[in-house]
Design a protein around this ligand. Structure first.
Ligand SMILES: Cc1ncc(COP(=O)(O)O)c(C=O)c1O
Length: 367
């Protein structure tokens, strides 16, 4: 008997998320100094974390021989105070990806249908398949979530709608009005998970709290990986009704949120000035890239986040050509094969990316 025969049959066809190459490997492969590499591949914050968060992280390192606070007491208190909710309205995750997985463990059965957009963040489908449920990937005209199309896809078997706004990789967002009227008419058997990973980049995001308080089956997913600049520490959270959170807590492993991450996240939440500064810098970076792309005659999807999806004709070829020049971007899956996703970098990084794109574009046969 081989190992595959012993595996859960579901796992054999499970697709695997393929991350990009690390900076060190790209530097080595193309003989470029590491500090020359520009990584615009994973929608990270190019200005890094708040210096106050870094200081707390370094302080916490002195205690890494101890397990973290398994209840995340102080971070939960900070979140509760920031949102004017109770600590019982929050759950911490090893990144918000883990919260998506916890939702899968707690709510998804094999007979369920799980709805998301055809170009939505990839992890919803991975978790749906992992749980053996039926993914329902709805059309996204103009690469944007059309909430009427989602509503029409709901059946008695629908358990969850995953809705990211802004969405990765398209950068598109739904208006507050669209989202709130969508949540208002959700049938009672459907849970809406609003993925707010990039919501701090919005000027005026939807406030989910009234919906949570009125008993709607909604939850918000957030992360410290994006505007807070703590992607390497893996810390995110979900918030929802106390009932929702207490169910999710049953599937959470003790100590899933590490001590360095907890300490840094508290300081990151407090440093509102840093968040605001990063939002403004991101707006400028986005304008810079939009202008550069327009000058190159490239079409892009208007973005509400810290990345931009660009129609380059053949995303994989341009990705490879840019990578050879030390610019790491993200090629897209087959359905978006014409596109390349470029994260917003610092002014200099954006300049380098546009200069490299200008060089590689005419040299390639993009068919
Ligand atoms: C829409 C969306 N949700 C969730 C995540 C997961 O973030 P993390 O697990 O780093 O918190 C990402 C990461 O890229 C994302 O783009």
């Amino acid at each position: 008997m081989n190992l595959k025969q012993l595996a859960n049959p579901r796992i054999l066809d499970q697709p695997v998320y393929i991350p990009g190459k690390p900076v060190e490997k790209v530097a080595e492969q193309f003989d470029i100094a590491e500090h020359e590499i520009v990584k615009l591949a994973s929608n990270e914050n190019p200005w890094g974390a708040s210096p106050k968060a870094l200081e707390k992280a370094m302080g916490a390192l002195k205690q890494v021989h101890l397990y973290p606070d398994g209840s995340g007491t102080f971070l939960l208190e900070s979140l509760a105070s920031k949102f004017s909710l109770s600590t019982n309205n929050f759950i911490l995750g090893n990144g918000s990806n883990e919260i998506i997985e916890l939702i899968g463990h707690v709510f998804i059965n094999e007979t369920d249908e799980i709805i998301f957009g055809e170009h939505a963040f990839a992890v919803y489908k991975l978790v749906t398949l992992l749980m053996g449920a039926q993914p329902v990937a709805v059309k996204m005209p103009n690469l944007k979530h059309d909430l009427n199309i989602i509503r029409e896809a709901i059946t008695p078997k629908t358990k969850i709608v995953f809705l990211p706004s802004p969405n990765n990789p398209t950068g598109t967002a739904n208006t507050k009005e669209e989202l709130s009227s969508f949540i208002d008419v959700m049938p009672d058997h459907v849970i809406v998970c609003l993925d707010e990973a990039y919501s701090e980049y919005l000027e005026d995001p939807l406030d989910l709290r009234p919906f949570i308080k009125s008993g709607k089956k909604v939850m918000g997913l957030r992360t410290f990986s994006k505007i807070h600049g703590l992607a390497g520490l893996r810390i995110g959270y979900g918030y929802g009704s106390k009932e929702m959170i207490s169910l999710l807590q049953k599937a959470r492993q003790p100590f899933n949120a590490n001590s360095v991450a907890q300490a840094a996240a508290i300081a990151a939440l407090e440093d509102e000035e840093w968040v605001l500064q990063c939002r403004r810098r991101n707006e400028n970076g986005l304008k810079q890239l939009e202008q550069g792309l327009s000058e190159l005659g490239l079409e892009y999807v208007p973005s509400y986040a810290n990345f931009i999806l660009v129609n380059v004709g053949n995303g994989r070829k341009i990705f490879e050509a840019l990578q050879q020049k030390g610019i790491i971007t993200r090629p897209m899956p087959y359905e978006l094969g014409n596109y390349l996703r470029i994260s917003i970098g610092t002014e200099i990084e954006n300049e380098k990316a546009m200069a490299a794109l200008k060089e590689v574009l005419p040299k390639l046969d993009l068919k």
